[in-house]
Ligand binder design. Structure first.
Ligand code: PRP
Ligand code: URA
Length: 206
């Protein structure tokens, strides 16, 4: 299922990120803020378990999160989504997938993987600001499924229809969350209108 989180605050902040003149500091701050806002929606259907507790006033039956949350950023750009979500879910564990996209072939290449042992029973949020051809997201989800992950959600900022289609075809069980669904990919595999190279804009490498 595809969820596009049309919220005025998210749209406004994303517009600031899209602007060519926005520098690294404001780009990262807006990304942090959007990540927090997206987390609220992404976590809407998390399972709860009932617990019996004692408040300062009386005993009562209430609920708490049943499953651990694991955040899995796709390096590098996915790191930009971690802080905003971790602020809301401070008990989340964090795993890492290193993938880079070959600029000629657009194929993803793995260079790093490190996951918490709790991943098979957790709700796993795969994080990457950009869903372009979908090659990186499909490869990342393949990698974590091979290590036993079952409940998986893909959280991206900007997606292209091509990337959404690719993930839906390869992993129909994975819900996709976007702040915006853009128009198309250009001949270099960049999302149009997009926001350029997310990793370079987060880390100031260009
Ligand atoms: C970017 C982006 C995604 C990928 C999306 O990463 O952060 O991981 O491209 O493209 P795809 O959907 O066509 O696979 P990049 O390879 O530029 O690496 P970086 O994060 O280190 O900049
Ligand atoms: N990766 C990016 O960082 N931006 C795009 O538009 C496509 C892939």
């Amino acid at each position: 299922m595809l969820y596009v989180l049309n919220h005025p605050l998210i749209t406004h902040k994303l517009t600031q990120m899209r602007k060519e003149e926005t520098g690294t500091k404001d780009f990262k701050q807006n990304l942090d803020e959007i990540a927090g806002l997206m987390a609220y929606e992404v976590c809407r259907d998390l399972p709860l378990r009932s617990v019996h507790i004692k408040t300062p006033v009386c005993e009562c039956d209430t609920y708490e999160l049943e499953k651990q949350i694991v955040l899995i950023p796709i390096l590098r750009a996915g790191l930009g989504l971690v802080n905003g979500i971790n602020d809301l879910i401070p008990t989340a564990k964090v795993g890492f997938i290193g993938l880079y996209r070959d600029e000629e072939t657009l194929e993803p290449h793995e260079y790093f993987a490190k996951f918490p042992s709790t991943m098979p029973d957790a709700v796993n949020l795969v994080l990457d600001p950009m869903l372009a051809t979908g090659g990186s997201a499909v490869a990342a989800i393949d990698m974590i499924k091979k290590r036993g992950a079952k409940a998986i959600k893909l959280v991206c900022l900007v997606g292209a229809p091509e990337g959404v289609k690719a993930v839906e075809a390869a992993h129909p069980d994975v819900d996709i969350y976007l702040a915006a669904l853009d128009d198309h990919l250009n001949e270099k595999g960049y999302i149009v209108p997009g926001l350029g190279d997310a990793g370079d804009r987060i880390f100031g490498t260009k």
